[in-house]
Design a protein around this ligand. Structure first.
Ligand SMILES: *[C@@H]1O[C@H](CO)[C@@H](O)[C@H](O)[C@H]1NC(C)=O
Ligand SMILES: *[C@@H]1O[C@H](CO)[C@@H](O)[C@H](O)[C@H]1NC(C)=O
Ligand SMILES: *[C@@H]1O[C@H](CO)[C@@H](O)[C@H](O)[C@H]1NC(C)=O
Length: 509
């Protein structure tokens, strides 16, 4: 049993296991040209968190709309959010002013296909076409996610969403996720080169099906919160991750078969081999092997089967072949380092949930609802990138989220955010210099969006949104100014930033 927990230990904190130490320095001693010339810098949001217009132009509720209005959530909702649905032109102009190479956003499934399947909503298609075209007008690359925690409530009601194979499984193109993906590839694939299938499947499957704190709030006693509706914390976290893997792989297969060549021909471009297809699977390194091993090696780690036994679904040979290699790059979302210690005693208990299966305890646990600023430990991200290099064959990687939370009302004076981003970008540079195949870095988030754990109380944005004013006016913060200077190749002048800070604090907020 002890060897078991060590393995898991390695899975969860590869950093500690590999003995990566804090080293080097992470200062303002670098400029953009220290990164490879084709390295992409961007920022991101997701549909429910930023779009608003939740009940407009034919959109129907996603599971997040239902949750936000259920009374189990923070009290805020995404009905209006940042209203990017109406203000996308202004936002893209801001991105261009800052100098972003890329914008990462997600499509609202229930805006595009209001019943989850069937007839397309022309207004939905029009909105995403407008947004994509506006981005391209300024030379900003769209990086698009298909599902960011927000599948249609209609499908949840009908068959339980991701717990059902109906959502996903398709060698034939009949199932709902595949049909949705097909619509997206068909409508937008001529202009979108970078697709993500499902955001953070490892976090989603545990948060929504074991602890049940996020929608659709499934879990089972004695695990999970008091608000569980149905569910099974011992099995569903595995089942859902499995279905998402199959959905992902089916979508990639479809894309490679029907779209990839057409797209590149239509664009008249030579696809570079390392990004051909440009579909990938997002993961959060916390439980990385759970989804990454099947993608790279074709099956779950043996140790997982040993611990969870028949609670982990099996791949058929065909499925395993389909899942293996079904990505062109890996998206990494990283905010902080968590210390853990062995807790293999949990492996003696029955029934166990997915967390007990991990056989570790978090020490110095940071509450996920904490509104304190994150500690700055850029060697964490550096270690993650190096781990992917060493254990998973150095796949191309985009750092898709990284950023610092602050109280929302801290408004424009966000020097701690600037310091965080600056340090982490230094960590990425260190990893690159040590051979990592990282291709880009995206801050979370572009605007102050609805945050999934704390509503509008905290924010990560480069740009402040005045929620109290009638027209949700945008104000770039000091971090936006810093990022912009960096992106434009200037040597960062901290004194100038402090002067800017003084100037800017005279602005309304
Ligand atoms: C969860 O599923 C397992 C395996 O099917 C079963 O043994 C267990 O009783 C279920 N738990 C609940 C709470 O339904
Ligand atoms: C740099 O890469 C080498 C070879 O992969 C590895 O052994 C070493 O731990 C890496 N160093 C850091 C600081 O990540
Ligand atoms: C601060 O304001 C002064 C006076 O308006 C201006 O000259 C200066 O360029 C500003 N500094 C920065 C860094 O924006």
């Amino acid at each position: 049993m002890f060897g078991v927990s060590l393995q898991i230990f390695l899975i969860i904190t590869p950093l500690s296991a590999l003995g990566v130490q804090c080293h080097g320095y992470y200062s303002n001693e670098y400029i953009r040209s220290d990164f490879p010339p084709d390295f992409i810098f961007g920022s991101g949001t997701s549909a429910y968190q930023v779009e608003g217009a939740a009940n407009e132009d034919g959109r129907t509720p996603s599971i997040w709309d239902t949750f936000a209005h259920s009374g189990y959530y923070h009290g805020d909702d995404g009905d209006v959010a940042c209203d990017q649905y109406h203000k996308y032109k202004e936002d893209v102009q801001l991105m261009a002013d800052i100098g972003l190479d890329a914008y990462r956003f997600s499509i609202s499934w229930s805006r595009l296909l209001p019943n989850g399947r069937g007839l397309m909503n022309p207004k939905g298609v029009e909105y995403y076409n407008n947004l994509i075209n506006e981005l391209l007008r300024y030379g900003i690359q769209p990086h698009v996610t298909l599902v960011n925690y927000d599948h249609p409530q209609a499908l949840e009601d009908e068959y339980g969403g991701w717990v059902s194979r109906k959502m996903v499984y398709g060698f034939k193109l009949l199932e709902d996720f595949i049909v949705y993906a097909d619509v997206c590839f068909r409508e937008f694939g001529d202009r979108v080169q970078y697709w993500t299938t499902v955001n953070e499947p490892n976090v989603y499957s545990s948060g929504s099906y074991d602890t049940g704190i996020t929608p659709p709030q499934r879990c089972s006693p004695p695990f999970g919160g008091v608000n569980c509706r149905q569910g099974n914390s011992s099995t569903e976290p595995y089942l859902v991750a499995h279905h998402i893997l199959l959905a992902h792989a089916s979508a990639v297969k479809l894309y490679r078969k029907n779209y990839q060549e057409r797209t590149s021909l239509r664009r008249g471009e030579l696809m570079t081999s390392f990004l051909a297809g440009k579909l990938h699977f997002l993961l959060y390194l916390q439980i990385v092997c759970r989804v990454l091993d099947p993608l790279v090696f074709g099956d779950y780690p043996k140790i997982m089967r040993k611990i969870a036994g028949s609670r982990i679904p099996s791949f058929t040979k065909l499925e395993s072949e389909m899942v293996k290699g079904s990505f062109d790059f890996i998206g990494i979302i990283h905010y902080a380092v968590y210390k853990i210690k062995d807790n293999s005693a949990t492996l003696m208990t029955e029934p166990r949930d997915y967390y007990a299966d991990q056989a570790v305890k978090l020490v110095s646990e940071r509450d996920i609802f904490s509104t304190d600023e994150l500690p700055i430990t850029p060697w964490g991200l550096e270690g993650v990138l190096d781990y992917l290099k060493q254990v998973y064959g150095n796949p191309p990687v985009f750092v898709y989220e990284n950023g610092q939370l602050m109280q929302r009302n801290s408004a424009l004076e966000d020097t701690p955010r600037l310091e965080y981003i600056q340090a982490y970008m230094g960590g990425v540079l260190n990893a690159l210099r040590n051979g990592s195949n990282t291709k880009g870095y995206f801050t979370w988030s572009f605007l102050d969006v609805l945050e999934l754990f704390n509503g509008y109380e905290i924010a990560y944005g480069l740009v402040y949104v005045d929620m109290d004013g009638p027209d949700l006016k945008r104000y770039p913060k000091i971090s936006a100014r810093w990022y912009s200077q960096f992106l434009k190749g200037q040597k960062i002048d901290l004194e100038q930033i402090i002067e800017f800070e003084e100037n800017i604090s005279a602005l309304p907020s």
